[in-house]
Unconditional design. Sequence first.
Length: 136
Amino acid sequence: MIEQYFIEAVKARKYPLIWSEESAKIFLGNLLYKPTSLSFVSENLEGVLLGEMSTTWFGPNLMGNPVALYVKPEHRNGLIARALIRAFENETRSRGGMAVSFDFWAGVTDNRIVAGLMNVLGYSYQGPIFYKIFEG
């Protein structure tokens, strides 16, 4: 499922990125087995939200930091993503987190759809993400 997330992101944004199954397994394995892991998979494997608890760089403020939110295309009606996000929020709160901060730079889903979902869930928009991809 995570490889499909990567493929869709590269295609949607035309990122010149390379998939490495080994790198993905190491990163995700480390993420999943950390005590700070916050990872959820929908009941029938239609979607996944992977992330972790961490402190902010400027102090001991705990936050939930999602790394990847992916729902299979045939299940993108907002309900699975909504349930995964709510589970992530609830676990963040139960561990003493003060906030959740999403970063949708992968661009798998159209920004207007993401904005609608996040607004319904009570999230505030804090500005765009800027990135620069170096050529050659």
